[in-house]
Design a protein around this ligand. Structure first.
Ligand code: ZN
Ligand code: ZN
Ligand code: FE
Length: 753
């Protein structure tokens, strides 16, 4: 087959000071200079652009856009979506859209800009090495705002009185700190100091920073107060330091993120494509999951081939990383999966079992905001966790809301969203509502969302699962205004909303768990939306024994899949897990004791992982599936046969998989064959549905699409079949995106249901 030059369409939404500064003509020149087609227009959010052309030219456009922007413009957020081409004929500046006055009232936190960094590194500058330097283009926003409007007196900066020199900058329209609300300097602004675990102050200012860096270099674990909470930090190259952090944090194997001083250093430890470089260095500075080259402690991401890399995003981080001189693990300051600590006193109490030193500062954090996480697959940024840098920027809705809608999300990786007019504001990652602290944070988040915007919701959307805390709380708090949305419908609609679609598509929702309309556990669902929504296909259901224990005990899925496929369990699996356990689970399944029916794709991958000998017991959700993915060999080695009819039947694939295991085929080959077979089955299913229903768009959503290998196998297959593919790029593809889909449902059902 001849490799055709790949055409892509790219939608860019820029939030910032981009109107009235020559931005649209600038975009016109940049786009036409690169032979790109499309359009640019002003919106109530800033500027919206679509460019279409060769992938390399589009990438070049995205790289140059922030670099060469007009001098008076500022970019506070730049959301990029790769979409199927539509065939524009030329490039034009189009009239502003009629979007209603949903101005962006609250900005996200913005990474330190180049000018501030230069000043901070200039010994002659009055802010030399000042860890809180900022300007109109950068600095804290969302994490310091207590109420609107965004004025200094309504932020946690109100306790600092600007010195005459800072005040002069603040009042001078020609100054780059004109009306920069967090403006400060070493004389008048926040300060840092270092404490030991008893709260004794050891050093202040620059000496505190140097002493903290020395401790990190010496292998200590330290707690560092940042923008949206505390981080726990230690040397990422030291097994001893990372081991100590794991022990203290009681987190066995779930991967840690690593902060690198700059992008060149990242490249010493990981492969970085041009798209990944752009995402890493963007104003949002998310954690980007990259392919690791090695060099870090294996305890950073055990049994995975990836590293979650990010760059410094506050002046304090820049100074610290420069001083340490090596990559540093920077993980949320909390114990196991609680929300991250934001208060100095609380940090001493909660983190002193793991951190020996505390780098504190006296600017209060108004609201918690974790680091965001994403990865790039097939040139698209796929969101995993949306918080700092992105929240609470809105996602435009293709349909208007006639009254405010609050959506309270799911249960795991919870987020809350508020919709009004034509925008859906998705707030920051809350977390897993299993924990009492996370439930507290969830209630705070709900009140926070409503009070910040001063809105009373007319409709409140919840998941259908009767056990979800978010649902129970919402019913108690807003009993008379509740609307239920099925979990996977919400997943699909989150993707539809992002893509700007109302009707005429296939939705593929693959994830771990979701309450189905029939009361069983869904998680491998195909919908067709055409003048209404129908569940048209799903994975062949299987039984699981022991309720939620299957999540952390993938061998339970393995036993069930093997029984379902009518094959004997691999002898080695029985040896590893123990005959007693296997027999017990098999008996429960046979007699139907404490079992439930599921179509979960997550559990299918867990079970395949265990059958292949990769992992039988997990220490965190999806670990088995992740390690299975990462085990896969890079080359094509064939595909297991799934059968596609009215269901996607995994039995022939599982039978072949077990056959391979018994033959001694390596797990890497088995993994690749399983992924390739499953991708092909999904593609066949979509092609069939496309023909039957006359739709050619395929929307992918749900936590299983955090599997990059699956995406990279599936998307080209679908595209080569002439289908147009969409995946979540703005909100998390996992349950963090459910709130967006729930909110959109309310506007959408009037039109389509
Ligand atoms: Zn700045
Ligand atoms: Zn000052
Ligand atoms: Fe889900």
């Amino acid at each position: 087959m001849v490799q055709v030059r790949q055409m892509v369409r790219c939608r860019v939404r820029i939030t910032g000071a981009v109107q009235g500064v020559g931005f649209r003509p600038y975009i016109y020149r940049l786009a036409t200079g690169l032979m790109l087609k499309g359009w640019v227009r002003n919106t109530s959010f800033g500027v919206e652009i679509e460019v279409e052309g060769e992938r390399s030219s589009v990438e070049e456009f995205l790289r140059l856009l922030p670099e060469r922007r007009p001098p008076l413009s500022s970019i506070y957020g730049m959301d990029v979506q790769m979409l199927p081409p539509v065939g524009y004929g030329d490039f034009e500046i189009v009239e502003s859209s009629e979007e209603t006055g949903a101005r962006v009232a609250i900005l996200p936190d913005i990474a330190t800009c180049q000018e501030c960094l230069s000043e901070m590194r200039d010994p002659e500058d009055r802010r030399y090495r000042y860890p809180f330097i900022n300007c109109t283009n950068c600095g804290p926003r969302f994490t310091i705002i207590e109420r609107l409007p965004y004025d200094r007196k309504n932020t946690t900066m109100r306790t600092f009185t600007m010195c005459p020199r800072c005040l002069e900058e603040y009042n001078d329209p020609g100054n780059r700190r004109f009306h920069a609300q967090p403006n400060a300097c070493g004389e008048c602004g926040p300060q840092i100091w270092l404490e030991d675990a008893t709260g004794r102050v050891l050093a202040r200012g620059d000496e505190a920073l140097r002493a903290c860096a020395r401790a990190i270099r010496g292998g200590e674990v330290v707690a560092v107060k940042g923008l949206g909470g505390f981080h726990l930090m230690c040397l990422a190259t030291s097994d001893k330091a990372v081991g100590r952090l794991r022990e203290g944090k009681r987190r066995q194997e779930k991967p840690f993120a690593v902060m690198f001083r700059d992008v060149d250093t990242v490249e010493e430890y990981a492969y970085v494509s041009s798209e990944e470089r752009r995402v890493l260095t963007g104003v949002e500075r998310p954690i980007v999951l990259l392919r690791a080259k090695g060099g870090l402690s294996p305890l950073v991401s055990p049994n995975l081939k990836s590293v979650g890399a990010f760059l410094p995003y506050t002046p304090l981080h820049h100074l610290l990383l420069e001083e340490v001189g090596s990559p540093v693990v920077a993980t949320s300051g909390n114990l196991t999966d609680e929300p991250m600590v934001i208060d100095n006193g609380e940090a001493l109490i909660k983190l002193s079992s793991v951190a020996s030193l505390f780098l504190m500062h006296n600017r209060e954090i108004a609201r918690r905001c974790d680091d965001s996480v994403c990865f790039v697959a097939c040139g698209r940024r796929v969101m995993v966790r949306r918080a700092r840098g992105f929240a609470p920027l809105p996602v435009p809705s293709p349909l208007p809301f006639d009254r405010p809608v609050l959506a309270v999300g799911g249960h795991l990786k919870n987020t809350v969203a508020l919709a009004f007019d034509r925008a859906i504001y998705v707030f920051q990652h809350v977390g897993d509502l299993e924990h009492a602290e996370a439930a507290d944070f969830f209630r705070e988040a709900v009140e926070d969302v409503l009070s910040l915007f001063g809105v009373e919701p007319g409709v409140v959307v919840v998941d259908r699962h009767p056990g979800y805390y978010s649902r129970r709380y919402a019913i108690e708090r807003f009993g008379d205004r509740i609307v239920e949305v099925q979990h996977h419908v919400a997943h699909v609609l989150s993707c539809a909303c992002e893509a700007g679609l109302e009707d005429g598509f296939i939705g593929v929702a693959l994830d771990g768990t979701g309450y189905g309309d029939d009361g069983s556990v869904w998680g491998g669902e195909l919908f067709v939306v055409k003048g209404g929504l129908r569940r048209v296909m799903h994975l062949l259901p299987f039984r699981l024994a022991g309720g939620d224990r299957a999540v952390l005990e993938p061998y339970r899925s393995a036993v069930s899949l093997a029984m379902g496929a009518g094959v004997a369990l691999p002898g080695r699996l029985v040896e590893r897990v123990g005959g007693l356990r296997v027999t017990l689970v098999a008996q429960m399944l046979e007699r139907g004791i404490n079992t439930f029916t599921t179509t979960s794709a997550g559990r299918l991958f867990d079970g395949a992982s265990s059958l292949a000998g990769v992992r039988d017991f997990a220490t965190y959700e999806a670990q088995a599936a992740m390690e299975f993915e990462h085990a896969a060999v890079d080359e094509e080695v064939g595909a297991y046969p799934f059968k596609v009819s009215s269901v996607i039947d995994w039995r022939p694939a599982i039978a072949r998989l077990v056959e391979d295991v018994e033959k001694g085929v390596p797990a890497g080959v088995i993994s690749r064959r399983f992924h390739a077979g499953f991708a092909k089955a999904l593609c066949d299913a979509c092609l069939g549905l496309s023909g039957e229903f006359g739709v050619d768009r395929v929307l992918l959503s749900g936590g299983v699409f955090q599997n990059r290998l699956l995406l990279e196998l599936l998307m080209p297959l679908l595209e080569a079949s002439g289908l147009r593919v969409y995946v979540n790029q703005l909100v998390p593809v996992n349950d963090g995106g459910v709130s967006l889909g729930q909110a959109y449902y309310v506007a959408w059902r009037g039109r389509c249901a």
